[in-house]
Ligand binder design. Structure first.
Ligand code: MN
Length: 241
């Protein structure tokens, strides 16, 4: 199995090194990732200029390349150059990608780009911020989550691991609440500034990714590319006639 590994935290993130090592137990691995952090890049592509790809030494036994583009660029280019890719893994993102937050995620977008190309995509995120040694105890759970996602034959899966997981659950994306906030600040030289921040989670519904994560379980959410509201489409079509 040929596995392309990408992320949105950049090629030097400890998260992508951990995921590449997990991937190497499943097949032949190549890393293609942004040269700098592109978190919250969403599914943007670089359309106004060409992108450059350069070899980068991460491991002696895994080829790695950095791209001056977005996560979606990395997957599109990585697949184009490598040819037959069976699976794209994205992450491990340093920070969870849950609920409506996934709309902004470059981590998920890399997996989505795979799905657009007809390749299976799995995004992996964990709330590891300042202490990358927190990734090591998660490795057996990443292995287990990948095995579970692959066995499920789902084309696109969003995986979130809490620290010290106690189980694994399949979940739905929590869309009951949006946690994005605009927070005002002042520029040191005068004038208004605004931070795009997030508010803490509040009691998400059972069965959702946020609920499982809050409950200490690894969350696997099967996603689809079709955003059409099919029930609504049927209703408006009926009303229209
Ligand atoms: Mn990120």
């Amino acid at each position: 199995m040929r596995i392309l590994v990408s992320n949105d935290d950049g090629i030097h993130s400890p998260g992508i090194a951990t995921l590449a090592r997990c991937a190497a137990r499943l097949g032949e691995v190549r890393v293609v990732a942004p040269d700098v952090e592109r978190s919250a890049a969403g599914h943007s592509i670089t359309a106004s200029r060409p992108v450059r790809i350069r070899p980068t030494h991460l491991f002696d036994d895994i080829a790695a390349f950095r791209v001056d583009g977005t996560p979606a660029d990395c997957v599109a280019l990585g697949v184009h150059l490598w040819g037959e890719v069976d699976l794209v893994l994205s992450g491990i993102n340093l920070g969870a990608n849950l609920g409506n937050g996934t709309w902004h995620s470059g981590t998920l977008a890399a997996a989505q780009q795979a799905a657009l190309l007809g390749i299976r995509g799995i995004a992996v995120s964990a709330p590891v911020e300042d202490d990358p040694t927190q990734l090591d105890p998660l490795v057996p759970w990443v292995d287990r989550a990948l095995a579970e996602a692959l066995a499920a034959d789902a084309p696109l899966v969003n995986v979130n691991l809490p620290l010290n997981p106690r189980g694994i659950r399949w979940t739905a994306q929590a869309v009951h609440e949006y946690h994005g906030r605009v927070t005002p600040d002042r520029h040191p030289q005068g004038g208004d500034l605004y931070w795009f921040t997030v508010a803490p989670f509040t009691s998400p519904p059972e069965g959702t990714d946020m609920h499982a994560f809050d409950d200490g379980c690894v969350s696997l959410t099967p996603l689809r590319l079709d955003l059409t509201d099919h029930a609504r489409l049927e209703a408006v079509t009926r009303a229209h006639i």
